[in-house]
Design a protein around this ligand. Structure first.
Ligand code: HEM
Ligand SMILES: *[C@@H]1O[C@H](CO)[C@@H](O)[C@H](O)[C@H]1NC(C)=O
Ligand SMILES: *[C@@H]1O[C@H](CO)[C@@H](O)[C@H](O)[C@H]1NC(C)=O
Ligand SMILES: *[C@@H]1O[C@H](CO)[C@@H](O)[C@H](O)[C@H]1NC(C)=O
Ligand SMILES: *[C@@H]1O[C@H](CO)[C@@H](O)[C@H](O)[C@H]1NC(C)=O
Length: 499
């Protein structure tokens, strides 16, 4: 009996010892473990990542390691040190990590597996179809699709409401327009119609899936989220090959990805469909809230809205000419590139609303050089993380960081690029799209489509917030995962402009 007890006690203390985790070595950053085995600081981090990290920064300085759900994450909090992390391509890998998480979230088999040799590299290669010259066709197609949705859903006047104000919910408005126009541009339309008849259901299912996204990323098994599993299956089935083959005007980007996936016999039809579904999430999941914030900041700052509207009219050379709403607006890529105030608006809204975390996994034990004086030891398998929200909200870099300023990124009629920390000019001062090897490949398309959306809004409508609403704040529910959602929707009114 007593020997058994002794053995048990021995085992218990061994387990506790293992669970206590590691101890800091001399040349490593300060280690913050928390007292709960395995979980570590996961709960505090999960509750409010931004405040948690700011607090640790005050206590421990620019760099520290936090034990979060079994992982050791080293946070680099000083943006002057970002360049040294971002350039460490060889020792710090991104895609291995994303290939562990994305398959769980979207339901396709890991890409970097022996069953699909070369697939990962080929997928990365398809991203070129979103950039450079290849962006021109996408931009033209998006213009047409936005015009289509605007005209059919918002420009037609119903009898009795000529010239009158209509009310709307701003997030809902952005969501319905951007979801459908982006979908049509990337995936195409049914052969015999200009729009997909199930678009509303698809969008509603997408929103329900999206609301569970933070849990899925945290690797809560989808088996435990039964409804979500059913909805995800429905969403994936939408992209089965026999359905997609009935669509026309599909982008080169998606066509190429379908061809590529078809080359792998190991992939079932549902696996291919899951890849297309994942791309739907990537292409609208952040773009919709980003469009919302840009629209919200303009509509709630009427003087800024006027400046941007005038800029758009000037670029189209429509000033003084009666604006004819029966004619479709087209804005070319070159025209979109000239819209400096509009671009500053979008960049400023991205600064205010983005909270993505950039993560890399150390491929070996190595010494990470932070600046000319300091380096720290990093262990193989540890995660190195940047949290750019703390840079975006740093009052030393951005005066009154919570305030929207139309000309935040403009100086003397040109783009402003000099921002300082400790008297030193920053190389990275705005990072809504990630960095280095994990930089968003859709960023040019995203900014272009948000520009197009805002141009149409400003050209066609007078816009106002409904009275008596309090300022909208961000919902931190997806801190670390991209653009934050608003905590509530906003009521606004709009009417067709007569000039
Ligand atoms: C405002 C809109 C957008 C924002 C803020 C955004 C942000 C991001 C960020 C931060 C990442 C990196 C994720 C990480 O480091 O873990 C990313 C990756 C990605 N984004 Fe975007 N994105 C936007 C729009 C788009 C659009 C429109 C597309 C496609 C049409 C797209 C396609 C992708 C893809 C495919 C990846 C994964 C890249 C890889 O695996 O290397 N994104 N995005
Ligand atoms: C457009 O895509 C093609 C095919 O992937 C690629 O070869 C080309 O470099 C891309 N163009 C640009 C300017 O990125
Ligand atoms: C679809 O593509 C065809 C030719 O590629 C083009 O003429 C047509 O305008 C496109 N339709 C839409 C709705 O984009
Ligand atoms: C705007 O249009 C007028 C004629 O309608 C033309 O004379 C003028 O040069 C144009 N301005 C620009 C900047 O293109
Ligand atoms: C806005 O941000 C993009 C990169 O995201 C950059 O290329 C562009 O120059 C910026 N423009 C302004 C006015 O800040």
């Amino acid at each position: 009996m007593s020997t058994l007890l002794l053995v048990l006690l021995g085992l218990l203390s061994l387990i506790l010892c293992v669970l206590r985790g590691r101890n800091r070595r001399e040349d490593e950053p300060p280690l913050i473990k928390g007292w709960i085995p395995y979980i570590g600081k996961a709960l505090e981090f999960g509750r409010d990542a931004y405040s948690f990290l700011e607090e640790q920064k005050k206590k421990f300085g620019d760099i520290f390691t936090v034990h979060i759900a079994g992982k050791y994450m080293t946070f680099i909090m000083n943006p002057l040190m970002y360049p040294s992390i971002i350039k460490h391509g060889r020792q710090l890998d991104f895609h291995e990590l994303s290939d562990k998480v994305a398959p769980l979230v979207f339901g396709y088999p890991p890409v970097m597996s022996r069953n699909s040799p070369g697939l990962h590299d080929e997928i990365i290669r398809t991203f070129q179809l979103l950039q450079g010259d290849n962006l021109t066709a996408l931009t033209e197609s998006m213009m047409g699709n936005l015009m289509l949705v605007f005209r059919q859903d918002h420009l037609a006047e119903r009898p009795g409401e000529e010239g009158g104000w209509k009310s709307g919910s701003m997030y809902e408005f952005c969501n319905s327009v951007m979801f459908e126009a982006t979908f049509l541009t990337i995936y195409g339309k049914p052969v015999s119609a200009s729009r997909h008849s199930e678009m509303r259901t698809l969008r509603e299912d997408f929103v329900r899936f999206d609301s569970m996204f933070p849990l899925l990323i945290a690797q809560v098994p989808i088996r435990l989220l039964r409804q979500t599993k059913v909805i995800r299956e429905k969403l994936i089935n939408y992209f089965l090959p026999h359905r997609m083959s009935c669509w026309s005007n599909t982008s080169q980007f998606i066509k190429r990805r379908s061809e590529l996936l078809d080359q792998y016999d190991t992939l079932r039809d549902v696996d291919k469909a899951a890849h297309h579904f994942a791309m739907l999430w990537a292409s609208v999941g952040n773009t919709i809230p980003a469009s919302f914030w840009a629209m919200y900041y303009l509509v709630s700052h009427p003087e800024a809205l006027e400046v941007v509207r005038q800029e758009v009219l000037d670029v189209l050379n429509l000033s003084g000419v009666e604006f004819n709403r029966d004619k479709d607006v087209t804005l070319s890529r070159e025209q979109l590139e000239k819209l400096l105030y509009l671009e500053s608006t979008i960049n400023e809204s991205l600064r205010l609303s983005s909270a993505s975390m950039n993560m890399r996994v150390a491929q070996e034990d190595f010494s990470l050089r932070l600046d000319s004086e300091r380096s720290v030891a990093i262990r193989k398998g540890d995660i190195i993380a940047l949290y750019p929200q703390s840079l975006h909200m740093d009052p030393e870099i951005y005066e009154e960081p919570q305030t929207f300023r139309l000309d935040r990124y403009i100086q003397d009629g040109r783009e402003k690029t000099d921002f300082y920390k400790d008297g030193q000019k920053l190389k990275y001062y705005r990072m809504p799209f990630g960095s280095g090897s994990s930089m968003c490949p859709g960023r040019y398309f995203a900014v272009n489509e948000i520009k197009q959306f805002l141009c149409l809004l400003l050209l066609y409508f007078d816009l106002q917030l409904e009275e008596g609403q309090s300022r909208v704040t961000v919902d931190s529910g997806r801190a670390g995962l991209g653009i934050l959602l608003p905590s509530t929707d906003v009521c606004f009114r709009y009417r067709l402009r007569t000039v």
